[in-house]
Design a protein around this ligand. Structure first.
Ligand code: ADP
Ligand code: MG
Length: 310
């Protein structure tokens, strides 16, 4: 039976010396694609490492996939994958050799491990490079290799710590697409940490915002968008100026964005008034993106409140 929550924490505290990195985190997280968002130093990596039992918890408790972190370690580990923030390959090793070795460490016999490794390398789009030494890989290849090793043992949940770090826009889009398919195609829960809004906005439907070791927001992206109604991005083929003029006539601030979309502050709960204006102009939108900045606004607001109370 599917678990209602994959992660449950109860007053989870982690301190490094005298510094609190996690300040009593209480969360119940359902399966899905989960974005762990927060500025640098927020505690994202620490949170992951505590759940993965790479760091001992200072106080409080946590459950991962229903098992108690700390006492049911071995059982849980088999079902979990992880890509750390930094490089984790073994110098001198060849790509496919490394992923095979990771699968063997998870208990698979060599033949099965090798086959699984090749399947995962196919999945992450790695071609003949898999026969080269990892030391010669680009950052994009290393990130994809890390992803392959994280899923080689068919885990139920994977933790990906800043998986787009150091990638160019094309590399970012590729890795985000792969991560997206882990949940949407294969049903593997993914927890992706990032300090980039764009990453989690694209692929996650649950958002956890964390700053200074405290969870500020935990909600679905859909709810966050619903709470920030009143603006929309409109994509039209032509007559941008006509639409802009009609919006301004309604006293709706409207600007043409560099990508050619029109951003309209229509200030209404629904898109109907905006659609009405477009109908009157006999214009059909190619696309309307409601609340395009919901995540950014939520993030900025949450951090402002957190800073004010600090
Ligand atoms: P994030 O991943 O969100 O950038 P981290 O979890 O790495 O944040 O760090 C949270 C806080 O804990 C930061 O203030 C960081 O400086 C501190 N920290 C992280 N690792 C250590 C460590 N090994 N020793 C001491 N302080 C640490
Ligand atoms: Mg980190």
């Amino acid at each position: 039976m599917a678990l209602p929550f994959v992660i449950e924490t109860n007053s989870l505290v982690k301190t490094y010396g005298t510094q609190n990195a996690l300040n009593g985190v209480n969360l119940k997280v359902a399966p899905g694609a989960i974005g762990l968002l927060g500025p640098n130093g927020a505690g994202k990596s620490t949170f992951m490492k505590c759940l993965l039992q790479l760091l001992p918890i200072t106080s409080g408790s946590a459950k991962l996939l229903g098992g108690e972190v700390g006492t049911e370690g071995r059982e849980i580990r088999k079902r979990v994958g992880y890509t750390p923030e930094q490089d984790c390959h073994i110098p001198g090793m060849v790509g496919c050799e490394y992923v095979t070795y990771c699968a063997e460490l998870c208990g698979l016999p060599f033949q099965v491990a090798r086959q699984r490794a090749h399947e995962m390398l196919d999945f992450v789009g790695m071609g003949q490079e898999r026969y080269r030494k990892i030391d010669t890989y680009s950052t994009g290849m290393k990130q994809r290799l890390k992803l392959a090793q994280a899923i080689v043992h068919d885990p139920e949940i994977v933790f990906l710590d800043e998986p787009t770090n150091g990638l160019d826009p094309k590399g970012q889009a590729q890795i985000l697409e792969l991560i997206h398919s882990l949940w949407h195609t294969y049903g593997i829960t993914v927890v992706v940490s990032s300090h980039l809004l764009h990453d989690v906005d694209r692929i996650c439907e649950q958002i956890i915002i964390i700053a200074r070791g405290t969870v500020l927001v935990h909600d679905t992206l859909e709810n966050l968008k619903a709470s920030k109604k009143g603006s929309a991005e409109v994509v039209v083929a032509d007559r941008h100026e006509a639409l802009r003029a009609a919006c301004l006539l309604k006293q709706w601030p409207c600007e043409l964005l560099p990508n050619g979309h029109l951003k309209v502050e229509h200030n209404a709960d629904s898109l109907n008034p905006l659609l009405h204006v477009m109908r009157e102009l006999k214009m059909a939108p190619l696309e309307i993106i409601p609340s395009p900045n919901a995540l950014e606004e939520t993030f900025v607001q949450a951090l402002e409140i957190s800073n004010a109370t600090a």
